[in-house]
Ligand binder design. Structure first.
Ligand code: NAG
Ligand code: NAG
Ligand code: NAG
Ligand code: NAG
Ligand code: NAG
Ligand code: NAG
Ligand code: NAG
Length: 734
């Protein structure tokens, strides 16, 4: 009997323990119009943070007619896979669910389950509630739009450093937005407490952290965001009925208690804003810029409004500084498909491309930068911006080649536009003149990657070249055209892997941020000797290599831009054209020479790599071998790049950044094979005491590889005489 009991209890205990996984959630909705059958379409966005990316809130209909979910999209916004110190693992996702509802009457969606991560104010189950009312507003003539709320997955503050959090509460209808603690138990909240040590200004949605003892457990906040009209309005429904909404009394906005007027005034909508807040041990100083990172220009101000054009990438630059701590990470929250990147000079870029379906909508994006000193993590202030998705303003197109970016702007899309009034960053060189390529319909700029003031920037994955076209005044002009138009042009070249879409980005005012994707071309050639003078003629194949002789190889980026350098990160020989195939013989790894016969030679320039090795070294029991090299381009002379780091012995404690880069290498590896290059092998006349083999190297294809970050030339070794015995290599990886 006793043993049965244990067996029954065990799964229960396990599921309770593993169920503690929720950090919070926030939800908004957007009315998408009527279906042909008269039903309504709405998108409900739910941002959710859990201990893992696979968890998801299960929204159910709590009251009214919630219709049915017809489709949904879901993705990860941000996560911290490498949790350090107090930092528990978290993953923030967004689900955009499209619902079809047959009625425009109010309804409530609720996701109720268990359990929050263990917290200090004893919130166990969660119950975020989203209240929607699609009646037509008498003031706007449209259904209500929800406020655009957002919060970071996890906030933290040292106990001795008071901090203010202005929660985003932008309302597209201009309504008054109120943030309060949830008050209706098991509907809006599960414990319905207001955490001590904080005060909340409901009317401005400002949360002030005053003081609380440090604790490894976070506070769980269960807040509710509501919108109220500024004047008396009515909502008119499909069936002809009406309901009325009144503004918040002025007094109620100041009131800070959770139980104020429960249900007294009906809001237009009600949204959940649930999050975790950690109070850490004291910091040696609360001054920003020492331990707590200070956000510096060009980081946008809190509450900034930013315009994003559909199908153009929006980039928000975030720069932070902490002199007594090391900046480690940025934490973001924003719409689906948002991403964050770190540049080699330590800044961050948040990128997002709105799609046509998002035209006219608003999205909040929040971010904070984290720094580490010892095992402590310090978070900067949280800033949130509102992104307004607008249509394209100026019709322009960017294309990127190996050595130049070309931008074409339709004159008709921007009256007054003339190439006479436009210039590049540095127009002193005549090749930088915009008159050269422009015609009657288009302003055309062909901008070299290494002239005309083109800037270079780099992150983990890309080399990014930027320039801009700005307006200038001629002395004879009466009116000033300064700042009228600013076209920022950007070409992004993946350091590894290949991509070939192009897209564009927009900035407020009439600044156009144009971005394209380009690719560099690399050549992988074989040479007869160490002079590397004349490459082996592809028509002269098959080539025969005597046993013990050397294979001379050269990799070269054909781009002529001199502000970049080439780096060969790894080379392997494997029996299949797949970097994961086994067995694999490593020639170069992490920039370190592994093969003992490998020899490299002084290159003619920074974008060239010359090397040789003994051919027979990599023959195993397989009769063919492919050689694949992973190469990358970096900004020349920048000491922070992977290229500048050279050989990184992986047995050394490398640090997070290096570990992350290695992951990138693995995942974005893309093999472009050309060939195969065949090596015929003959046993006749072999003189090698080692292998008794004769090797013939045969090219059957050209050697110019149009790869981007990756070169793969292929060498296949084949037996002519099948009875030849091969000696397995001792250095094969298992
Ligand atoms: C708004 O409506 C309320 C009652 O519904 C009424 O007491 C108030 O006077 C109205 N305010 C205005 C400005 O009409
Ligand atoms: C997000 O990205 C995926 C693929 O990366 C794409 O299929 C999807 O359409 C994108 N969604 C949005 C909303 O941009
Ligand atoms: C002007 O240049 C653009 C871009 O090269 C081209 O598409 C267009 O046809 C040209 N227009 C004329 C009138 O030559
Ligand atoms: C990479 O390039 C190859 C050949 O040019 C192409 O077939 C492949 O689709 C490209 N991959 C991506 C992800 O663009
Ligand atoms: C663009 O920005 C400049 C300031 O940089 C401002 O003077 C100008 O009025 C703005 N133009 C428009 C059209 O908003
Ligand atoms: C790069 O090349 C350009 C033109 O080819 C030249 O003007 C410039 O001085 C070069 N820069 C360096 C650092 O070599
Ligand atoms: C890496 O370092 C270890 C010990 O520090 C050494 O034995 C090994 O040979 C090194 N490998 C390379 C490729 O330099």
């Amino acid at each position: 009997m006793a043993s049965t009991l244990v067996i029954l209890l065990l799964p229960l205990l396990v599921s309770l323990a593993s169920a503690s996984h929720h950090y919070g959630s926030a939800s908004t909705f957007t009315y998408k119009g009527k279906n042909p059958d008269g039903s309504h379409r709405i998108d409900v966005r739910s941002r959710e943070t859990f201990t893992g990316c696979h968890f998801v809130l299960n929204w159910n209909c709590y009251s009214g007619n919630c219709g049915s979910r017809t489709s949904y999209r879901r993705g990860t916004l941000d996560s911290n896979p490498s949790a350090v110190g107090y930092n528990r693992r978290w993953c923030e996702t967004e689900t955009v669910a499209t619902r079809r509802v047959t009625s425009d009457k109010p309804f409530d969606l609720r996701a109720s389950s268990c359990c929050w991560v263990s917290n200090r104010n004893h919130v166990s189950s969660w119950s975020p509630l989203t209240s929607v009312d699609l009646g037509i507003r008498s003031d706007t003539g449209k259904p209500n739009r929800s406020p655009d709320i957002a919060i970071l997955p996890s906030l933290r503050v040292p106990q001795n450093c008071p901090q203010t959090y202005k929660l985003p509460s932008f309302d597209p209808d201009g309504d008054n937005v109120r943030c309060r603690y949830g008050s209706i138990r098991s509907v809006e909240c599960s414990s319905c407490t207001s955490p001590s040590g904080f005060d909340l200004d409901q009317g401005s949605c400002t949360l002030n952290y005053r003081s609380a003892p440090a604790d490894s457990k976070a506070f769980a906040f269960e807040m509710v965001v509501e919108d109220f009209p500024k004047t008396n309005i009515s909502l008119i429904y499909d069936d002809g009925s009406r309901s009325y909404r009144t503004p918040l009394p002025v007094r109620a906005k100041r009131q800070a208690t959770a139980t104020m007027y429960p249900g007294a005034i009906t809001p237009l909508s009600k949204l959940p804003l649930h999050f975790s807040f950690l109070v850490n041990p004291s910091a040696p100083s609360c001054q920003e810029g020492l331990y707590l990172p200070r956000l510096l220009p060009p980081t946008p101000a809190n509450g900034a409004r930013i315009q994003a054009e559909i199908n153009k990438e929006l980039e928000i630059k975030v720069k932070a500084q902490a002199s007594s701590a090391r900046i480690i990470d940025i934490m973001i929250s924003g719409p689906l498909n948002i991403s964050n990147h770190r540049t080699t000079n330590g800044d961050f870029a948040i990128r997002w491309t709105p799609i046509t379906d998002e035209l006219g909508n608003y999205f909040s994006i929040c971010f904070a930068v984290e720094a580490m000193a010892g095992s402590r993590i310090y978070q900067s202030e949280m800033r949130c911006v509102v992104v307004d998705v607008v249509d394209q303003k100026v019709k322009s197109y960017v294309s990127c080649s190996e050595s130049a970016m070309t931008v074409e702007i339709e004159k008709s899309s921007f009256p007054l536009l003339s190439e006479d009034h436009l210039r590049l960053n540095d127009p002193t060189n005549t090749v930088c003149s915009l008159q050269r390529h422009s015609n009657s319909t288009h302003v055309v700029a062909v901008i070299p990657l290494n002239a005309c003031g083109t800037q270079i920037e780099e992150d983990d994955d890309n080399l990014i070249f930027t320039n801009e076209i700005t307006t200038v005044d001629r002395g004879t002009d009466v009116i000033t055209r300064k700042h009228l138009l600013e076209v920022q042009v950007c070409c992004q070249y993946p350091k590894r892997g290949n991509v070939s879409q192009s897209f564009t980005v927009h900035r407020p005012n009439v600044t156009v941020w144009e971005k394209g994707y380009g690719r560099f071309t690399y050549g992988f050639e074989f040479y007869p000797d160490s002079t590397f003078r004349t490459m082996v003629d592809p028509n002269s194949y098959p080539l025969e290599y005597e046993i013990g002789s050397r294979v001379f190889m050269q990799i070269e980026a054909t781009s002529s831009i001199n502000n970049t350098e080439l780096f060969v990160e790894s080379c392997t020989a494997a029996p299949y054209d797949n970097p994961n195939s086994r067995p694999k013989y490593t020639i170069i790894e992490n920039g370190c020479n592994v093969d003992s016969t490998l020899q490299s030679y002084t290159p003619d320039h920074q974008r060239q790599f010359k090397f040789s090795m003994e051919a027979f070294k990599f023959i195993g029991q397989n009769n063919q071998v492919y050689i694949s090299c992973s190469v990358m381009m970096c900004e020349a002379g920048n000491p922070n790049t992977r290229c500048a780091q050279g050989c990184i012995n992986s047995t050394q404690p490398g640090g997070r950044l290096i570990a992350k880069r290695e992951v990138v290498t693995q995942t974005s590896r893309h093999l472009v094979s050309q060939g195969p290059l065949r090596l015929k092998r003959s046993a006749e006349g072999a003189e090698s005491p080692v292998m008794n083999l004769n090797l013939n190297l045969v090219f059957i294809a050209g050697c110019l590889l149009a790869a981007v970050g990756m070169i793969s030339a292929v060498i296949m070794y084949k037996t002519k005489v099948s009875k030849v015995k091969y000696q397995p290599l001792p250095t094969f990886e298992s």
